[in-house]
Design a protein around this ligand. Structure first.
Ligand code: GLP
Length: 250
């Protein structure tokens, strides 16, 4: 089931998410946290880093699992998700790199399941809190439209829209890798709690489609309706086209 929380802006929503993450870390110092890339969660990570500093919070036992990684992009490329997660999560939160897992994405990987990552997540005790953003076409992680809801971590092919959207981080769209390893929707659905953040009018269609019933694999975000505890944190622009009566939380 998806609950929806609509806040005036990204700053308010990011503050709530950062506070929730900090509360979890204090309550469960060995929590396992799933982290997303993209611009959406960056402010929440910054605010969480401030809270950790202010409270001198113990982060030494946490474990982090990134959602995805491009194939055939060297780890030292600034837009590889190894580099992005290091820059936005590992360094600011002050955790040791050994606590942070990002899928390996060998150059010769072919489309299909990549099970070792799900096994690593299970061995860590499963994800307590999974953070998610969403693409304009509704993708979560790199689960593009048509991905089975039960999919494990796998190699998937990016759509042209996703490559175009992500080309803003590269010199040209041709540099955006066509393949990526991503936690599957099935992997994401196993997390104990999931938080999806979406801000701005560009995400309004994807949010409307994610909440439209019944869930359908053509709309990856709608798979989250099958999650036992998922909350969408939206600003008003991203929530503008929601045409069902969402279950709002205060
Ligand atoms: C990428 C990531 C997704 C992310 C999406 C949206 O494709 N793989 O995890 O949700 O971008 O990015 P942004 O938050 O920058 O809009």
């Amino acid at each position: 089931m998806v609950k929806v929380k609509i806040l005036p802006d990204k700053e308010n929503a990011s503050e709530e998410v950062a506070q929730m993450m900090h509360d979890l870390i204090v309550e469960k110092p060995n929590a396992v946290i799933g982290v997303a890339t993209g611009s959406t969660p960056e402010l929440a990570y910054d605010l969480l880093a401030e809270k950790i500093k202010e409270n001198n919070t113990d982060v030494s036992q946490l474990q982090f699992f990134a959602l995805d990684e491009y194939i055939a992009l060297p780890w030292d490329h600034p837009e590889s998700y190894h580099a992005v997660i290091n820059r936005t999560v590992t360094v600011p939160l002050g955790v040791d790199p050994s606590q942070v897992h990002v899928p390996e994405a060998p150059d010769d990987a072919t489309e299909g399941p990549v099970r070792y990552y799900d096994e690593q997540i299970e061995a860590a005790g499963g994800i307590d809190l999974q953070l998610l953003g969403i693409g304009r076409n509704g993708h979560i992680g790199f689960n593009e439209p048509g991905t089975p809801f039960e999919s494990p971590t796998h190699v998937g092919r990016l759509t042209e829209m996703t490559r175009q959207d992500n080309s803003r981080f590269f010199d040209s769209v041709d540099e955006v890798p066509p393949l990526a390893v991503t936690q599957g929707i099935g992997t994401i659905l196993k997390s104990r709690k999931a938080i999806l953040m979406a801000f701005g009018e560009a995400k309004a269609d994807a949010i409307r489609d994610s909440l439209a019933e019944p869930p359908a694999e053509e709309r990856p975000g709608s798979g989250l309706q099958l999650h036992s505890d998922c909350v969408f944190y939206l600003d008003e622009a991203a929530a503008a086209k929601v045409d069902c009566e969402p279950l709002k939380v205060d």
